[in-house]
Design a binder for this molecule. Structure first.
Ligand code: UD1
Ligand code: CA
Length: 451
């Protein structure tokens, strides 16, 4: 049924955030507010998406990765109706319906937008307003009805004491037909804020004899507007609670649901146990039957089934099945730990591919390295990868055993099944099957003891 274009209003300055950053660039669960709305709208594949920018326009524009969005500018902040009018030049001859949505309603679902659009078309209305029944309507525009039928929308500052008691609020999301532009041209700034309010379109369209309509959201959280930091933080909690419920019902154990952060986009397999103190940021996928113990931070990483992560920081890594990380390890960008790998106790990896069954369990730095299978890296081993200008690679062949406190001066290549003696500083390549000792020979000298 749908055939629509979307106008996203994002020119407001967001003064209530008290921030140097434009409001819509504030991050909610790792994703800017505006991106949440763009993603929801894009899921419905509208004919056009028009973004109205003003305050901080350049910054917002730079953050966009989509190339199907048309940008228009509102140079003066004269109100939401004035903002929407800026899209007229793009959509003047457009015949379909027009979804107008504020960029500060990040939790809206595509399915709700679709119901709104379908409703407007089905009943042939010139506007359908998405509303919600809320406990505390303060700050929202109120839905004023007469005989049960939508009459007008009144803003908080213009509402009479009786209207302030109305609990049905305007979500700031509307579907219009092509009469939108004529309606907007009639809006006047005669209200407490002296702004051009898009909400006046309801009474204007009614005055034209057009049909106006509303539908209410099922879940109020979807239309929570973000105007200040308290609302932003509240939205984080809503998202987190939703995610936790979903994971629990999918068979993930979360020991203390009040003491974890799990991003909306995390994927976690059944029978995995998440302990208190875990922070799972965006871009994380964790397999089945894993144990994730606090205090751990994980972002942009993939962890295979039956792995254990404890008290560690993991970023941009791919970790295989049955691996062990921690306690107290830092697995950095580009680390690939294969099946059964164990990295523990104050060890750090970066851009290191470590093949299955290998271990670096104590106080090591493995960076820009390729380590084969079944390698044991002794305590305190360091790949010296940086010469002050460039990074160099260390390669350690399968089956090698590296004693404690070894330095590999990269670039250096160690063959298969090599035994590197403890305390060695390895500066040259070592062929397979050798024992290498690269340290000063122990000497005994006479010690003169003063009486
Ligand atoms: C608005 C609605 C209110 C509704 C609430 C829902 C109006 C007049 N009021 O109030 O009925 O309950 O949203 O969250 O619309 N904008 C511009 N240019 C401007 C002014 C605003 O682009 O000159 C944009 C803002 O960036 C924002 C949207 O319009 O995305 C709404 O503006 P905002 O100031 O947040 O309105 P609210 O007071 O929240
Ligand atoms: Ca708002």
């Amino acid at each position: 049924m749908k055939n629509f274009s979307a106008v996203i209003l994002a020119a407001g300055s967001g003064t209530r955030m008290k921030s140097s950053l434009p409001k819509v660039m504030h991050s909610l669960s790792g994703k800017p507010l505006i991106k949440w709305v763009i993603d929801s709208v894009s899921a419905l594949k509208p004919d056009n998406i028009i973004l109205v920018l003003g305050h901080g326009a350049e910054l917002v524009k730079k953050s966009l990765s989509e190339n199907n969005i048309k940008i228009v500018y509102q140079t003066e902040r004269l109100g939401s109706a004035h903002a929407a009018m800026q899209a007229e030049k793009v959509l003047k001859n457009y015949e379909g319906d027009i979804l107008v949505i504020s960029a500060d309603v990040p939790l809206i679902k595509p399915s709700t937008l679709l119901s709104l659009i379908n409703n407007n078309k089905k009943i042939g209305a010139s506007i359908t307003v998405l509303t919600a029944e809320v406990e505390n309507p303060f700050g929202y525009g109120r839905i004023v009805k007469k005989g049960g039928i939508l009459e007008k929308i009144v803003e908080e500052k213009d509402a009479t004491p009786a209207e302030k008691h109305i609990k049905e609020i305007n979500s700031g999301i509307y579907c219009f037909d092509k009469n939108l532009w004529t309606a907007l041209s009639k809006v006047k700034p005669d209200n407490a804020k002296k702004e051009y309010y898009i909400t006046d379109a309801v009474s204007i369209l009614k005055g034209f004899g057009k049909k106006v309509s509303l539908i209410a959201v099922k879940d109020n959280y979807e239309v929570k507007g973000i105007n200040n930091r308290a609302e932003l933080s509240h939205a984080e909690n809503i998202l987190k609670d939703r995610k936790i419920k979903e994971l629990l019902s999918d068979g993930v154990s979360i020991i203390d649901t009040n003491n974890v952060y799990i991003s909306y986009d995390a994927k976690i397999g059944g029978d995995t146990v998440v302990y208190p103190g875990v922070f799972i940021d965006t871009g994380v996928s964790i397999g089945k039957s894993c144990i994730i113990k606090g205090t751990s931070y994980i972002t942009n990483s993939k962890i295979g089934d039956a792995s254990t992560i404890s008290y560690s920081y993991i970023e941009g890594a791919v970790i295989g099945k049955n691996a062990k990380v921690g306690p107290f390890s830092h697995i950095r960008q580009g680390s690939v730990l294969k099946e059964n790998v164990s990295i523990g106790n104050f060890s750090e990896t970066k851009k290191a591919i470590i093949a299955k069954n290998s271990k670096a369990n104590h106080l090591s730095y493995i960076g820009d390295a390729r380590v084969g299978e079944n390698v044991n890296i002794g305590a305190g081993t360091i790949t010296c990868n940086y010469d002050g200008k460039k990074k160099h690679e260390t390669i350690i062949g399968s089956g090698s055993f590296v004693g404690s406190n070894v330095n590999f001066i990269a670039p250096v290549k160690i063959g298969r099944s090599v035994l590197v003696a403890a305390g060695s500083t390895v500066t040259h390549n070592v062929p397979s099957g050798k024992l290498v000792i690269a340290r000063a020979k122990q000497e005994l000298k006479h010690r003169k003891i003063d009486e």
